[in-house]
Design a binder for this molecule. Structure first.
Ligand SMILES: [Zn+2]
Length: 278
């Protein structure tokens, strides 16, 4: 069943959640899915979970001018707190056309920390008749508290390089410092897409952390599935959290085109210290 079909079924059954996080897959396709559901929510002649495509509301959505469809995207490099505050004010007014209001954050990982915390407060006490859709390509960059407020739907596109991430973790766990520097570092440095390798490690930390702290499958990014690369990682939560922060910092350095060799060397030294100082 596609994500759209799942959402349509939930809508038809009156079980649509107030917040969804759509991860993976193509951005365009996710946006199309969300527009379809937004249309269905407000359609004058809805059938089951599907919009008619002809009524005024459907046509407005199609034309990108529906007053109750709030599309929030980065202004400059990020989604900022004043954008979320402005949205909050708009949501307090009732829907213009008396139907549902739909809010889309794309991409959700571009929320600044302040903006994310502001959104979190809204999600904790969601206004009635408002539906949130967070779209993310790199869910590991989201606040875990935000993720825990959403129902997570995976839109395909396997988490990249699960096997590779697992191997990398195993090497970090098992290697002495010499081997990390002479064998793991050069390979990581040559990695074509080093950011996604770092992302993979972050996801692994995040999933393991959530799993250890809650034991709830529903909170994992791929609900109900413990990713293969989690097997075999057994660090206590505090160490996982520190590893996560090292990875996050390294990611920022790499994005800012810092010296790749140095950034990765520091990362491996830090991870090694976390793993072996227990
Ligand atoms: Zn319609």
């Amino acid at each position: 069943m596609t994500v759209q079909e799942r959402l349509e079924r939930a809508l038809a059954a009156g079980r649509l959640s107030h917040a969804y996080l759509l991860v993976g897959g193509e951005a365009e396709e996710k946006l199309r899915t969300v527009r379809q559901i937004a249309a269905a929510l407000n359609c004058a002649h809805r059938e089951g979970g599907r919009a008619c495509g002809r009524c005024l509301s459907c046509r407005q959505l199609e034309a990108g001018c529906h007053p109750d469809y709030h599309f929030i995207e980065p202004r400059g490099a990020s989604i900022k707190i004043d954008q979320v505050r402005k949205l909050e004010g708009e949501l307090r007014l009732k829907a213009f056309q008396g139907g549902a209001q739909v809010v889309v954050f794309h991409p959700a990982e571009s929320l600044t920390l302040e903006a994310a915390n502001c959104l979190l407060k809204i999600l904790e006490e969601p206004p009635g008749g408002v539906y949130f859709f967070l779209l993310a390509a790199q869910p590991a960059l989201l606040l875990p508290t935000i993720v825990s407020r959403c129902q997570v739907l995976s839109c395909g596109g396997e988490q990249r390089g699960e096997a590779g991430v697992r191997t990398l973790w195993e090497e970090v766990l098992a290697s002495d410092l010499g081997r990390l520097m002479t064998s793991v570092l050069p390979r990581l440095e040559k990695e074509e897409d080093v950011l996604s390798a770092v992302d993979g490690l972050m996801v692994a930390c995040r999933e393991q952390l959530v799993w250890q702290l809650t034991g709830e499958e529903g909170l994992l990014l791929e609900a109900g599935r413990i990713p293969a690369h989690l097997v075999g990682i057994s660090l206590p939560p505090a160490a996982l959290w520190r590893c996560y922060r090292h990875l996050r910092r390294t990611r920022t350095f790499l994005e800012q085109n810092a010296n790749r060799h140095l950034a990765l060397e520091v990362l491996l030294l830090n991870l090694h210290r976390e793993v072996h100082s227990l």
